[in-house]
Ligand binder design. Structure first.
Ligand code: BG6
Length: 506
């Protein structure tokens, strides 16, 4: 049964997608189970997949029957619309196949090539091939090389694209080495680097907010903006990911990618078109304009901290060092804050504060733009405190925008109060947003690279965090602590107090 038409969606065009085979390497892993397979299912449910679509799962140590059962289970468990058994049996299952093999074995890719050709021959079409490497990052390079040797990379016909997900290296140097390995087999337009934040509807809405409205651009600069805060806060701890997380830390895990992506969208110059290269060119320019951290800057303008035991939603939770799998003596940060400056005409002198952390009191990703105060208030000293205008762009969980303005409280006196003008994304459009991976897979299939990170973007983002990582690795900045469930470490508050500002409360 289909829903009644949504009046707010009428006239939105649907785009044609060429025949596609999506290959998921590592299909029995977590990313495939939680995100990729449910996303494919939702696309099928929404009628968004191309008519000629096939999915090939590749992994080691499974078999077709087991794979099909697991795939169905993961859709049942993780798809936002729940499993429609009829759709699964009629539309999805017949389009899926499984190939067993070791991703370090080049012979697997020769078999894969033959399998893809067989699928095309049986369907009587030639399909573009998307190969999603949902595997450990150490396999990205070798898998790309093997794809190349098997004739599934540069110059192959039908075309092949490879999708990879962060981490792209662990610093500037290793990221460049990884990029060189992938470029050994693929040209840049064939490489789709996934940063799932870019697939979030509300992140894309940042661009529409800025560039689809005429009233914000004139005030979006140093003359009107006092400061910008960007927060990616999570209630969650590290779960069962100690092995990954302890080698990563908050700066690599979130700042280098998600946070700097958000920052570039908020602060970049208006692109002339929404074409992939136009948008990505502007993002790169912005990232390159971030002032590099000197050793002194790292001490003054960065904060690293880790959570100790505390409470989240009234439940006791362990500290980072007590989490399963975290090595004793670890110095990995679970919270990072930075004060950045962007050295260009638009932003010179405007501080950008970025913070991210695990085990903060709420899950909240938001951008807060605080404007300069009104230059003169003609209401007299008794009118009450006037707060500067503040625009909060909320990315999750309550997507929307909220503008703080000053209003007169009702009554005979001239008393001023801050109030908020709110826009809620969900209620305005009467439907839930699609998951990020749905959008990203769809864009990959239709050949739109706008929401994927280009090599020079990733490079520019590493250049920002690299000196901080290096100084932290040398223990040059003290590792602070915060109680799980608190607002974060005192040193992050200090970063603001020093500038006579404060973080928006979580
Ligand atoms: C991932 C990080 O990239 O993003 C995780 O590795 C983090 O540590 C996650 O929890 C946050 O994503 P989201 O979509 O839940 O905000």
């Amino acid at each position: 049964m289909s829903d009644p038409p949504n009046p707010f969606e009428q006239d939105l065009p649907r785009r044609l997608i060429p025949p596609t085979i999506l290959v998921i390497c590592g299909v029995t892993g977590d990313l495939a189970a939680r995100k990729l397979l449910p996303a494919v299912y939702e696309l099928a449910l929404g009628g968004e997949l191309p008519e000629e679509f096939r999915l090939v799962g590749v992994a080691r140590g499974s078999d077709p029957e087991h794979f099909m059962a697991r795939a169905r289970e993961s859709v049942e468990q993780f798809a936002r619309s729940g499993l429609d058994a009829d759709l699964w049996g009629r539309v999805i299952a017949p389009r899926m196949s499984y190939l067993d093999g070791d991703l370090t074995d080049p012979e697997l890719f020769t078999r894969l090539h033959a399998h893809l050709d067989e699928l095309d021959a049986a369907a009587g079409v030639r399909s573009q091939r998307l190969v999603y490497l949902a595997v450990a990052p150490s396999l990205f390079g070798p898998a790309a090389t093997s794809l190349g040797k098997a004739g599934l990379a540069r110059g192959s016909d039908p075309q092949v694209k490879v999708m990879v997900e962060k981490p792209f290296g662990r610093d500037l140097e290793s990221s460049r080495a990884l990029d060189a390995a992938i470029h050994g087999a693929f040209d840049e337009p064939q490489i789709l680097r996934v940063d799932h934040y870019l697939g979030k509807e509300t992140v894309q809405n940042l661009l529409v907010f800025r560039f689809g409205n005429g009233i914000f651009e004139p005030v979006w600069n140093r003359r009107y903006v006092d400061n910008v805060q960007l927060t990616v806060a999570e209630e969650l701890g590290i779960g069962h990911r100690a092995d990954y997380y302890d080698r990563s830390g908050a700066l690599r895990d979130v700042v280098q990618n998600h946070a700097l992506q958000l920052l570039s969208l908020i602060a970049m110059e208006p692109p002339a078109t929404f074409a992939a290269e136009a948008v990505r060119d502007e993002k790169v320019k912005l990232l390159r304009a971030i002032s590099p951290f000197s050793a002194e800057d790292v001490l003054r303008d960065t904060v690293r901290a880790r959570y100790t035991s505390g409470e989240i939603d009234g439940e006791p939770v362990p500290g980072y060092l007590e989490e399963d799998g975290v090595p004793a003596g670890s110095t990995t940060e679970t919270f990072a804050a930075l004060r950045l400056e962007i050295a260009n005409w638009r932003w010179a002198g405007v501080p950008f504060y970025v913070r991210t952390g695990k085990r903060l009191p709420v899950r909240d990703t938001e951008i807060v733009i605080t404007f300069r105060p009104a230059p003169h208030l003609p209401f007299g000293p008794d009118a009450g405190a006037v707060r500067p205008n503040q625009l909060v762009l909320s990315v999750q969980p309550d997507e929307g925008a909220s503008l703080r303005i000053t209003a007169k409280a009702p009554g005979p006196e001239m008393r001023l109060r801050p109030v908020r003008m709110d826009f809620q994304y969900g209620s305005a459009f009467m439907r839930a947003s699609p998951e990020a991976y749905e959008r990203l897979l769809l864009d990959a299939m239709r050949g739109d690279a706008t929401l994927f990170a280009r090599a020079d973007e990733v490079d520019a983002a590493w250049r920002v965090v690299d000196p901080v990582l290096a100084a932290w690795a040398r223990d040059e900045a003290p590792l602070d602590h915060y109680r799980a469930g608190s607002q974060g470490p005192g040193s992050a508050e200090q970063l603001m107090v020093r500038d006579h500002r404060e973080w928006r409360r979580l």
